[in-house]
Design a protein around this ligand. Structure first.
Ligand SMILES: [Zn+2]
Length: 322
């Protein structure tokens, strides 16, 4: 049993980067949460985290968030994942930009203590209840991501139509191939649009592939998370600044409609791959990980309980685990 001394938050709320230009960040943060003393949780934090490799970082949610986290040694994949869920958090909390955040940073229980990832990200506006994103790896190890405290996934869904005003010219599934004349499996959907129409990323992700891919012609593949990739084929060209590994936001232009590769006319061949398997991009549930239910939800609650009560080393007050 680890006993911790509870002291007022101002004494321990010292960001790791307080010696550099981010000082104003933390000052602003303190000022913009005036209700902090009224909240029994915010009033007290453990004087010493019982897991020394974990830290609490704080600041204002703005375009410095990623660089602050990078300087703190947080994995880039973890920063990307946290940025991805901000729209999901915003849906629950209202506008987030300019609001304060706190992040519990450190290694998961089964990782080396050198790993630095965002375990909990919390945002809070003046006078509003805090909203938290809790990073959780599913017990089957077949995926991880951020969830709200009640087990709702905060990831965004993927846009099924990455080209504005396009016409669906071929559906997903078995079809007669327009060139070979054989029945083949169509691994995506075709969106017909004039040559040169911009193609936009259907969700946030990183460029995994950029180049020529056999019959696909000029192709971009985006990885959105551990589960989902999207493929954009037959492009006429791609923006010159695009590079493999580049971070892409939902709606960014990643190419232009063309007919490169095995194409009979200008269209976008668009695929969604789920754990590497082609799925129908027009299915309503694509890219939208379901909320946790049943046993998975119970295990998530147990994880939360350990994070908040058992170790007293997190941002989570006891009530979120109940
Ligand atoms: Zn196609």
């Amino acid at each position: 049993m680890v006993s911790v001394l509870l002291i007022p938050i101002y004494s321990v709320y010292t960001p790791a980067y307080s010696t550099d230009t981010q000082t104003n960040h933390s000052m602003f943060c303190t000022i913009s949460w005036p209700r902090i003393e009224l909240d029994p949780y915010y009033k007290c934090l453990p004087a010493k985290l019982s897991t020394p490799s974990r830290r609490i970082l704080s600041g204002v949610l703005d375009n410095q968030f990623a660089s602050v986290m990078r300087r703190a040694g947080v994995l880039s994949t973890s920063i990307d994942a946290a940025i991805d869920v901000l729209p999901g958090m915003r849906a629950l909390a209202g506008p987030l930009r300019g609001q304060c955040y706190r992040a519990l940073v450190g290694a998961a229980a089964d990782e080396s203590s050198h790993t630095q990832r965002i375990l909990v990200l919390e945002a809070r506006a003046v006078g509003a209840a805090p909203i938290r994103a809790i990073w959780y790896r599913l017990p089957s190890k077949c995926g991880d991501g951020f969830y709200s405290a009640n087990g709702r996934s905060l990831q965004q869904a993927l846009n099924p139509c990455p080209v504005a005003r396009a016409r669906l010219s071929s559906r997903f599934g078995e079809r007669m191939h327009p060139i070979s004349g054989h029945y083949t499996f169509h691994s995506g959907v075709d969106w017909a649009a004039p040559q040169g129409t911009p193609v936009r990323a259907s969700g946030p992700g990183n460029i995994e592939f950029l180049g020529w891919l056999h019959g696909y012609g000029k192709t971009v593949i985006l990885r959105h998370n551990q589960q989902y990739e999207t493929v954009y084929a037959h492009l006429s060209r791609t923006p010159s600044k695009l590079r493999t590994g580049k971070r892409i936001a939902r709606g960014d232009i990643i190419g232009y409609v063309g007919n490169t590769g095995w194409a009979t006319g200008p269209h976008l061949h668009y695929e969604v791959r789920h754990y590497g398997y082609h799925i129908n991009p027009l299915s309503a549930s694509v890219g939208k990980p379901s909320s946790l239910h049943g046993t998975a939800l119970r295990e998530f609650k147990r994880y939360l309980s350990n994070l908040s009560n058992g170790n007293r080393n997190s941002l989570l007050p006891a009530y979120v685990a109940s």
